[in-house]
Write a protein that binds this ligand. Structure first.
Ligand code: ATP
Ligand code: MG
Ligand code: MG
Length: 357
């Protein structure tokens, strides 16, 4: 059979490899770490840095198609790979999604709304930006942020110096700015658009989940979402579809939105399967993982219809193994564990999905 190459060794790669296996594919995981949730279930794996040209060349020779499960990869490394083997989604998607100013600029260009924002490279830049966009605001690193890390909340426009110091010194970038400051949106709710686009341009979307975050980390996703989200879903799906088309995207893409009284406001996108789509494993006819594999392999996409009246996904963040028996005993609860040995506060250990008929 064919082999799918996966850059990144986390739980998203693990669930992609499981979906690939169901369709008869082998997986080859390439990750900087020696072990991880994905490497443990892959048929083959390479431990290496993404910048290691020899290792990437060898990887390319052993896989039939490659994809990535996280966006903090140097786009140049993915471009190098793309010269040797088919890679989906395209490098352009990585260029846009991993750098906050790029994703916001693209959405603005496509007619979507974002929070007001300014690119900032110093405390003085930040002070000026805060005078323009006002408070409350959020200062974020432009690169490498996830689970709310690399963010500082600003309540007063006089707090520029302190906020800049609290961000620490973000790594120097070869191009671009280290940080962005955004106006804080007083949202009614948060939701995400989950979309899959095939090689032939066919687009499917799942129900838009309502997402609740605790301490910047996704806690739960629920479908159907509340009415305030359902009313805004179509406009948000249009934005996500336009992004996918502009990028000639292939695979699953996620876009996070705030529902506001004035309509949906785009927050950020992920060029990959997404935590807010984990419910699709049991809660949809075809999961985000299966449709990602189908899309990158050029197969027809599967139905995204709900399998129940209501589906919830709860992240097991910082959870301990003594919580598993209770979940295993619960009828209709689907427990997914990522095989991570040590639980730490804020670490995603697994998730549980409940489908109500
Ligand atoms: P992840 O990639 O894990 O979703 P992240 O670190 O990229 O997270 P964001 O999605 O930018 O972080 O922010 C995390 C959460 O913080 C958001 O889901 C939202 O709850 C809140 N947040 C971020 N930006 C804003 C904003 N401009 N206004 C209001 N809330 C915000
Ligand atoms: Mg993010
Ligand atoms: Mg986010």
């Amino acid at each position: 059979g064919s082999t799918i190459g996966i850059l990144g060794g986390g739980q998203l790669g693990r669930m992609l490899a499981v979906a690939a296996a169901q369709l008869g594919y082998r997986s080859h995981v390439y990750a900087p770490e020696a072990t991880g949730p994905a490497t443990e279930v892959a048929a083959e794996w390479t431990q290496g840095r993404f910048e290691d040209a020899d290792a990437m060349r060898a990887f390319a020779a052993r896989v039939d198609v490659a994809t990535y499960e996280f966006e903090n990869i140097d786009p140049q490394a993915v471009a190098f790979l793309s010269g040797r083997v088919r890679v989906h989604p395209p490098v352009r998607a990585l260029d846009v999604a991993r750098y906050r100013p790029n994703e916001k600029a693209l959405v603005t260009e496509l007619g979507g709304r974002t929070a007001p924002y300014r690119e900032v490279a110093s405390a003085a830049d930040l002070a000026r930006a805060l005078r323009e966009i006002g408070a409350p605001a959020i200062l974020k690193t432009t690169l490498f942020g996830y689970d709310g890390k690399g963010q500082v909340r600003i309540d007063d426009i006089g707090d520029a110096e302190a906020a800049w110091a609290a961000l620490g010194s973000p790594p120097a970038l070869p191009a671009g700015v280290p940080a962005i400051v955004e106006g804080r949106i007083d949202f009614l709710a948060e939701f995400s658009v989950l979309l899959a686009r095939g090689r032939d341009g066919q687009v499917v979307t799942w129900d838009t989940p309502e997402n609740v975050h605790h301490d910047g980390i996704l806690a739960t996703s629920t479908v159907p979402a509340r009415g305030v989200i359902v009313e805004q879903a179509e406009a948000a799906i249009d934005v996500a579809r336009n992004i996918a088309e502009r990028l000639d995207y292939v695979g699953v893409m996620a876009a996070e939105f705030f529902a506001t009284p004035d309509g949906p406001v785009f927050n950020e996108m992920a060029p990959r399967v997404h935590n807010s789509g984990h419910w699709t494993i049991e809660g949809a006819e075809c999961s985000q993982f299966e449709n990602h594999i189908r899309a990158i392999c050029g197969l027809p996409l599967g139905s995204t219809a709900l399998t129940g009246a209501r589906v919830t996904m709860e992240n097991l963040v910082g959870a301990q193994a003594d919580a598993w028996p209770r979940l295993l005993a619960e009828p209709g609860a689907h427990l997914h564990l990522y095989g991570k040995g040590d639980s730490r506060p804020g670490r995603k250990m697994g998730h549980v999905t409940r489908v109500m008929r």
